[in-house]
Write a protein of this length. Structure first.
Length: 314
């Protein structure tokens, strides 16, 4: 699967941050930010309509703690050419209304995800969660198994919900202090490089900084509490559906050893993507497009076989 053409400014090692931002914003214009009212709240998202197949499964993409819907633009361009692809801004990100709880649980975000999918008439989907998005995806799948045809977790964050209260508080408070000290722009400057491998180009590094600099502090703070409260392994153990777990070989944030434990909880082998870091889908889009696309096609094939053999989708 080929990637869409990218501006020379985007790939040049000499590209300035302004040139990268301009190129990214031009590409994002093809998938303008949308907003849907869900009861008393709003959820922001981006969408690629893909081929018009009303019976086809949508692909739903959930971003991590330092990112947003815009980070998936390469997947909207490529995977969205053949199917409906939806990427949300999590509660408290972009134009999405924060959740009500000051120290939320994964179920609070999963409830918003369910309401958003209802508003978009998505009855069943293939769900992809990256990092913190994997926590939300896992909680949603555990509570709404019939709506998840397949669950793909990329560099999943496991959460600290099973840790001691002291460890949970320490992890939470350190991240909150960093946010208070640096702010979004400072976080982007100081922390974005950790998201990528040594093989990432300048454009990918600028892209990750661009996304991280646009976080909303209150939403990021709530997501920090979510990370401290969550226990993804427990949700994965409760979900009896098709799951895949993948991680970049050089991911230093959710390293392969940590992801292996989550893959074990999901009863699936861990897939390792060579020469990729935590935000692998940004720095190595072809590899991650192939990973997501192959998983999606496997789920669709399983669904077609179920219809052929049983008369109903699995």
């Amino acid at each position: 699967m080929k990637n869409a053409p990218v501006d020379a400014a985007m790939l040049s090692s000499a590209a300035t941050p302004d040139a990268v931002a301009a190129s990214l914003e031009a590409r994002l214009a093809c998938f303008p930010a949308r907003r849907v009212e869900v009861g008393a709240r709003a959820v922001g998202y981006r969408e690629a309509a893909g081929a018009k197949d009303e019976a086809g499964l949508p692909l739903v993409l959930l971003h991590g703690i330092g990112s947003g819907a815009a980070s998936w633009v390469q997947q909207l361009e490529t995977l969205g050419a053949a199917r409906r692809v939806l990427a949300w801004d999590a509660p408290g990100y972009g134009e999405s209304t924060p959740v009500a709880a000051g120290s939320p649980l994964a179920s609070d975000y999963a409830d918003v995800l369910r309401a958003w999918l209802d508003a978009l008439d998505v009855e069943r989907c293939v769900l992809v969660g990256h990092s913190l998005g994997a926590i939300v995806a896992g909680a949603f799948a555990a509570a709404n198994a019939a709506r998840v045809a397949g669950l793909l977790l990329i560099s999943p964050a496991g959460g600290y919900g099973a840790a001691s209260p002291d460890v949970r508080a320490s992890k939470r408070d350190a991240r909150l202090a960093m946010l208070a000290d640096l702010g979004p722009a400072g976080l982007a400057e100081k922390r974005s490089a950790n998201m990528l491998s040594a093989h990432a180009g300048d454009a990918a590094r600028a892209w990750v900084r661009w996304n991280m600099a646009r976080i909303v502090p209150a939403g990021y703070a709530q997501a920090t509490h979510l990370l401290a409260n969550a226990d993804l392994a427990t949700d994965l153990a409760a979900f009896d559906g098709r799951v895949a777990v993948a991680v970049g070989e050089q991911d230093s944030i959710t390293p392969p050893a940590a992801c292996e434990r989550l893959a074990d909880a999901a009863r699936t082998p861990l897939r390792i993507v060579p020469r990729a870091g935590h935000a692998g889908y940004v720095e190595a889009p072809a590899a991650y497009d192939a990973l997501i696309g192959a998983f999606f096609l496997d789920v669709e094939q399983q669904r077609e076989n179920s219809v052929k053999n049983n008369g109903v989708p699995e």
